[in-house]
Design a protein around this ligand. Structure first.
Ligand SMILES: *[C@@H]1O[C@H](CO)[C@@H](O)[C@H](O)[C@H]1NC(C)=O
Ligand SMILES: *[C@@H]1O[C@H](CO)[C@@H](O)[C@H](O)[C@H]1NC(C)=O
Ligand SMILES: *[C@@H]1O[C@H](CO)[C@@H](O)[C@H](O)[C@H]1NC(C)=O
Ligand SMILES: *[C@@H]1O[C@H](CO)[C@@H](O)[C@H](O)[C@H]1NC(C)=O
Ligand SMILES: *[C@@H]1O[C@H](CO)[C@@H](O)[C@H](O)[C@H]1NC(C)=O
Ligand SMILES: *[C@@H]1O[C@H](CO)[C@@H](O)[C@H](O)[C@H]1NC(C)=O
Ligand SMILES: *[C@@H]1O[C@H](CO)[C@@H](O)[C@H](O)[C@H]1NC(C)=O
Ligand SMILES: *[C@@H]1O[C@H](CO)[C@@H](O)[C@H](O)[C@H]1NC(C)=O
Ligand SMILES: *[C@@H]1O[C@H](CO)[C@@H](O)[C@H](O)[C@H]1NC(C)=O
Length: 627
């Protein structure tokens, strides 16, 4: 669900692509609509081409040369997965000249091919549906009192509370939607075992990193909070509300919040990762391996607690329909029925907060964030889009309102999918707009070939921490995150004071986290039912300083190797630390760098907390609650 270019680097394996043409995709216009001339279009569609545009467009975008290009990207980036793409375009009369969808590469661990109907989780591209659900409630005239974009969250959800009393009192629907509450990611806070009220109850214990409405900081917890509204105001779960009000009216039959339903259709892609990738040896390498599905614990059509932040599963065919609908100001592409209320798209695509402090490349602009939609220009063309990442999947869903076209790129490449969506989107735009192609794949490969800084080895004469390792093991708690039991797995607990669960974890550690424990380093491990990570590993560095990594123990079908360990070193080394704090009989751990670049601001420019004490320096402070 994170749109963070900064977090997700690249990688692996060869691929053979399959291409499947969308039957109705053709050069002739498949649907004609008269709505294009409507005066209520959220953004005026230019009738004259921008000066840089070559108007002799290729009739079909996913032609042999695009096929060759996408297959080459998959091979160059050694992708373990594949790509599904959708492209739609209107001519100046508002007729659809292109409605295309196609698949390339590998969908599942057993080698099935991606097609136009393969379903992917679209991560944070799910958030637009959350904003639209709120917009329907805003438009609901029978609600009493009525709500609007500036309604205070506390007036609808009295339990909503934050450490900052101003942000708690003043936060509106729009503040949550546009990521300007002052709170950073805190993605490790929510658990599969939480329901929405639990996620909301934890907020008041999470540390703020900037002032209210000061800067843009991505926060999924706030979108989970927003997804509570349908259940409070319409007595429907969020997931059903969206299905009834958007998926069904648009006949997006492949689109669902239900993992089980997507699975039963037999079209679901596996998220594909690169086992054993060594970013220093080959940032693209590793063995293709299915990663554990992020929302497999979904409650069927009621979705999971994560539905509002990142729960949508969909296909390229349905994303073509969705792009058409968005380009038509919310109207159904064939019936012309109004599915999204007028003016809503104009509101949520306006510039509300600034996402970036400077453009990443000369061809792009700054990013202005609205509500789950951002504005950026590419070579002078306005794009409205959003990215999406959840484990195993990346997506980019973009439309160019002044050019009357839209592109969706969905991937199941865990490590490098984010970059591939950018490369392929830009390639398609260059082609569709008649611009000289830029070698985006080459540019990105050069950037991603630079390995991260090496970790400093643990000193051979490392000093012992202030308390013995066995005494460090036990139950820790932060009210904003929930409890974590840390177990000493190396050296194993000789005095057998460990709990039953810790004994089981320690005795099975090489099975549960194969290769996950480094020899000779005193290490504690805690199992966490986080959607992002299954285990937290705390390794001693020196004195009271520890290194923290977040690992994923992924079940396999192989009884000889029942789990494999996902440990993307590019996201762990040198990033997270824990400082031990001992005050009398109190033991605590202050975690920092915990959001892998979010708090310390790769995007938002927020410094790590500073201070003289461990508590002040901690982004998240865990108290040891057992003796
Ligand atoms: C509109 O609000 C009423 C409550 O006044 C609720 O029963 C109904 O489900 C809501 N409909 C939608 C589409 O939000
Ligand atoms: C809201 O959270 C703050 C900070 O944790 C706390 O001091 C305050 O008591 C909470 N308010 C309510 C009504 O629970
Ligand atoms: C609908 O209302 C009933 C009665 O108040 C309640 O028990 C149920 O949980 C509500 N359902 C949802 C999805 O909010
Ligand atoms: C809805 O889509 C399905 C295929 O996904 C198609 O068979 C059906 O005819 C469509 N229904 C309408 C009303 O367009
Ligand atoms: C491959 O895996 C998918 C998803 O797990 C499954 O639906 C399909 O039947 C499998 N196909 C083969 C040939 O094993
Ligand atoms: C316009 O684009 C088409 C298709 O990409 C290309 O064949 C043609 O050479 C371009 N014309 C000019 C004047 O750039
Ligand atoms: C452990 O933390 C220390 C101190 O921050 C750092 O220098 C070192 O590189 C880290 N090691 C790893 C493996 O991340
Ligand atoms: C550990 O060894 C390094 C050199 O390898 C030395 O600089 C440092 O002072 C030693 N630390 C202790 C606590 O002995
Ligand atoms: C872990 O170890 C216990 C015995 O300590 C055993 O009963 C259990 O099956 C093991 N679990 C796994 C996943 O290997």
């Amino acid at each position: 669900m994170v749109p963070l270019q900064v977090l997700f680097k690249l990688l692996p394996f060869y691929l053979i692509s399959s291409v499947s043409a969308l039957p109705q995709s053709s050069t002739s216009c498949s649907h004609t609509t008269s709505s294009f001339e409507s005066t209520s279009s959220p953004l005026p569609t230019s009738t004259s081409s921008p000066p840089s545009t070559n108007t002799s467009f290729p009739a079909t975008i996913f032609d042999d040369s695009t096929d060759a290009f996408i297959n080459e990207v998959l091979a160059d980036w050694k992708s373990p997965g594949g790509i599904a793409v959708a492209f739609v375009r209107q001519n100046e009369l508002g007729e659809w000249t292109n409605v295309e969808a196609k698949g390339y590469g590998v969908a599942t661990a057993n080698g099935t091919k991606v097609t136009k109907d393969t379903t992917f989780n679209i991560g944070s591209n799910s958030k637009l549906f959350n904003v639209l659900a709120a917009s329907f409630l805003i438009g609901n005239e029978t609600l009493s009192p009525r709500i609007n974009w500036d309604t205070k969250i506390q007036s609808i959800i009295p339990e909503f509370n934050l450490t900052d009393p101003i942000a708690a009192r003043e936060s509106t629907l729009l503040d949550l939607m546009t990521h300007r509450t002052g709170y950073p990611l805190h993605d490790f806070a929510y658990r599969y075992s939480d329901d929405i009220p639990n996620v909301i109850a934890k907020l008041q214990h999470q540390r703020q990193s900037a002032s209210f409405r000061d800067i843009w900081q991505y926060n999924n917890n706030m979108y989970t909070t927003l997804s509570y509204l349908p259940s409070l105001l319409s007595n429907t779960t969020y997931a059903r509300y969206v299905k009834e009000n958007i998926f069904d009216p648009l006949n997006m039959t492949a689109t669902t919040f239900s993992y089980q339903l997507a699975n039963s259709h037999g079209q679901r892609a596996d998220g594909m990762g690169r086992q054993g990738r060594d970013v220093y040896a080959d940032p693209f390498g590793g063995t293709p391996r299915a990663v554990q599905y992020w929302t497999a614990t979904t409650g069927g059509e009621d979705g999971s607690v994560l539905a509002g932040a990142g729960g949508v599963i969909t296909s390229a065919v349905d994303m073509a329909t969705w792009l058409q609908t968005l380009l038509l100001d919310g109207r159904h592409p064939t019936t012309n029925e109004n599915v999204i209320p007028p003016d809503v798209l104009r509101k949520i695509t306006s510039a509300i907060s600034v996402q970036t402090t400077r453009p990443e490349f000369p061809e792009v602009s700054l990013i202005a964030y609205g509500a789950a939609q951002l504005q950026i220009t590419y070579r002078g063309h306005l794009i409205i889009e959003h990215g999406g990442f959840i484990r195993g999947f990346n997506s980019q869903i973009s439309r160019l309102p002044y050019d009357g076209l839209g592109v969706a790129v969905l991937t199941n490449d865990n490590e490098h999918g984010k970059v591939q969506t950018e490369i392929i989107k830009n390639h398609i735009l260059d082609k569709a707009l008649g611009l000289d192609p830029i070698d985006w794949s080459g540019r990105w490969k050069a950037l991603r070939s630079v390995p991260p800084a090496r970790a400093t080895p643990r000193p051979s004469n490392a000093t012992a921490p202030s308390v013995d390792f066995p005494q460090l093991a036990g139950m820790y708690n932060n009210d904003g995150y929930g409890p974590i039991e840390l177990c000493l797995v190396s050296p194993t607990n000789a005095d057998s004071s460990a709990s039953g669960s810790c004994e089981a974890l320690a005795s099975n550690i090489s099975t549960i986290l194969p290769g996950g424990i480094r020899q000779g380093i005193p290490t504690l491990v805690g199992a966490v039912d986080s959607p992002w990570y299954s285990h937290i590993r705390v390794e001693h560095f020196d004195a009271d300083l520890f290194n923290v990594s977040l690992l994923i123990s992924t079940p396999t079908d192989d009884p000889k190797e029942p789990f494999w360990t996902y440990n993307d070193k590019s996201q762990s080394d040198n990033l997270q630390t824990a400082e031990l704090n001992v005050e009398g009989s109190h033991i605590g751990l202050g975690l920092a760098g915990f959001w892998a670049g979010l708090w310390d601001g790769a995007e938002a420019g927020v410094p790590k907390p500073k201070g003289d004490t461990v508590r002040e320096r901690a982004e998240v402070y865990f108290d040891k609650i057992t003796a």
